[in-house]
Design a protein around this ligand. Sequence first.
Ligand code: ADE
Length: 221
Amino acid sequence: MRIDILTLFPNMFTPLFESILGRAVKEGLLEINVINIRDYTLDKHLKCDDTPFGGGAGMVMMVEPIARAIESIDPNHSAKRIYLSPKGRTLSQKVVGELKNEEWLILLCGHYEGVDQRAIDLYIDEEVSIGDYVLTGGELGAMVLVDAVGRYVDGVLNKDSLEEESFASGALEYPQYTRPADFRGIKVPEVLTSGNHKEIKKWRESESLKITKKNRPDLIK
Ligand code: ADE
């Protein structure tokens, strides 16, 4: 899978090249290109934002540098193009499940008061929000999306990790424990060290239901 990220703040994306996704990039399973929108401005002072027509606080990202960036990267509109914004469809595991099937994503990050609406109307397929709160820009949202989608790329994680996790079965995941079996007198649930796989499965299902009822009753149909 290829993901191109368009931003005025490319240095914000170093975390994507660490840990699991970093390894996936190194191994060539996932291609992540971080593109500086400022490289595409025609303004001699490299200006990429201006005050909003009609007045109001803050700055709006100009359409021209965004247009030139997208037209040069994806002239035939082959990629699925997403704008990160609090106005978008909320990201969920279901949305991740749709996006993971795309071969190429372009993620446009707004900053300040967002981007000129014409950039969205002309070039964007879908607006996505990562939740009902306002961030200083789309960069963190883009990173959340890349992480959530990138872990589904073939070879990034083993299949079992994806099957036995929160939301996979519509419920939250059961608690996990590792060595030591006794930490300051607090022992791991006995069933987990019993070797009885049928009982372990039963315990995990019951714990999964318990935590879902407590924290996310809305997930139980
Ligand atoms: N940009 C600002 N707030 C955002 C949010 N909640 N989700 C995605 N992008 C954003």
